[in-house]
Design a protein around this ligand. Structure first.
Ligand code: TTP
Ligand code: CA
Length: 362
């Protein structure tokens, strides 16, 4: 089951101020550069009818809503986090295994408690929706399916306040007519490559020769695409007790195009991240750098190393190398830059470098 809260930030705002409900509500992050510089995080469905979307410039949203009695609010991320934590605590109780995906999305493995029965799963989903409504006054959309890919697509299928149940035998047909980018993990780039080989819908993708997909995308992604398009996916719902990553992102004082201009920010982020990661006793094998452009598109580059990295200098060097690659390949104006370390390795006590490497490569 996937549970996804509807128009989350904006709905949180409606909850604490119900008089907003019938008006277009737009939740913004202002860039701090004065005026209306900044972006829309999300909007309620009333505002969406006017064309307002996540990621849009605030100025654009104001144009779309000119002459309308609309409400523009500054995002209150602490408040949304607090609501999120309470909702997640409710959801967790309904799951055999629980995976929090983002602030407003989670996977619940309910197979055991409904004994694999889809009707029972549906009743459980209705109960969950009711409880979230009663406790937090929030609506959500739930998708139920035989695996995470189908559940995710199903939760997006009817929104807001939706409930979509897809049985195993219906899975492939349910997704076949959808555009290929409805498949989780298929972004603009993959979509373009697929278009070049004549794939527009998920059904087109399902009919491809899996070998051909592997030759284009590599083993892991090629196989994923082929199986997922056929409604198959065996990724488990993963509990995340231990942290899986550490990250930080900051907004530049001025949009920038070169590594030199962004370098100082990366230093600051790496220093901060490294102190967090090392104080909690982790080393890491993957580093990723993300840039958000002036048009609010997100670009990332990441690298996974054979042996764990440790040390501020190494983190900084890896981040700068990724940033250089990104800025060379994408000619963008950078508005925000972030670094993430993941594939964390718990360091047990003080080990020599040798012990360390052998303990993590067995
Ligand atoms: P989403 O689940 O993508 O969107 P949503 O909950 O606003 O709307 P929907 O009803 O379609 O599910 O994102 C969850 C929250 O994350 C969203 O409320 C605000 C935040 N967000 C951003 O800050 N920037 C973005 O570009 C997006 C897509 C979301
Ligand atoms: Ca949502």
């Amino acid at each position: 089951m996937q549970v996804d809260l509807d128009y989350f930030y904006a709905q949180c705002e409606e909850v604490r101020n119900p008089t907003l409900k019938d008006k277009p509500v737009v939740v913004c992050i202002y860039s701090g550069r004065g005026g209306d510089s900044g972006a829309v995080t999300t909007a309620n469905y009333v505002a969406r009818r006017y064309g307002v979307r996540s990621g849009m410039a605030i100025v654009k949203a104001k144009q779309l809503l000119r002459g309308v009695d609309a409400v523009f609010l500054t995002a209150d991320l602490d408040y949304y986090d607090e609501v999120s934590r309470r909702v997640m605590n409710i959801l967790r109780r309904y799951a055999d295994a629980f995976e929090e995906v983002s602030v407003d999305e989670a996977f619940l493995d309910v197979t055991g408690r409904v004994r694999g029965d889809y009707e029972e799963a549906k009743q459980l989903a209705l109960k969950i929706k009711e409880e979230i409504k009663r406790a937090e006054k929030l609506t959500c959309s739930i998708g139920i399916g035989p695996n995470k890919v189908i559940a995710k697509i199903a939760s997006d299928y009817q929104k807001p306040d939706g409930l979509t149940v897809v049985k195993p035998e219906e899975a492939a047909e349910f997704i076949a007519k959808m555009d290929v980018d409805k498949l989780p993990g298929v972004g603009a780039k993959t979509k373009k490559v697929l278009e070049e080989i004549g794939v527009k819908t998920i059904g087109d993708l399902a009919k491809q020769d899996p070998q051909k997909l592997v030759s284009i995308f590599g083993m892991k992604i090629g196989n994923y695409l082929y199986n997922a398009a056929n409604g198959r996916d065996d990724e488990p719902v993963k509990e995340r007790a231990e942290p899986t990553q550490f990250s930080r992102i900051i907004t530049l004082k001025q949009d920038a195009k070169t590594v030199k201009e962004v370098e100082g920010y990366v230093d600051e982020i790496c220093r901060d991240l490294y102190s967090k990661v090392s104080s909690q006793g982790y080393a890491f094998k993957s580093v990723s750098v993300t840039c958000v452009s002036d048009t609010l598109s997100t670009y990332s580059r990441s690298e996974t190393y054979e042996h764990p990295l440790d040390g501020y200098d190494n983190l900084r060097a890896a981040s700068i190398a990724l940033l250089s690659r990104l800025l060379e390949e994408e000619r963008i104006k950078v508005r925000r830059v972030g670094v993430r370390v993941s594939d964390l390795i718990k360091k047990r006590g003080q080990k020599t470098l040798y012990e360390y490497l052998t303990s993590t490569t067995e």
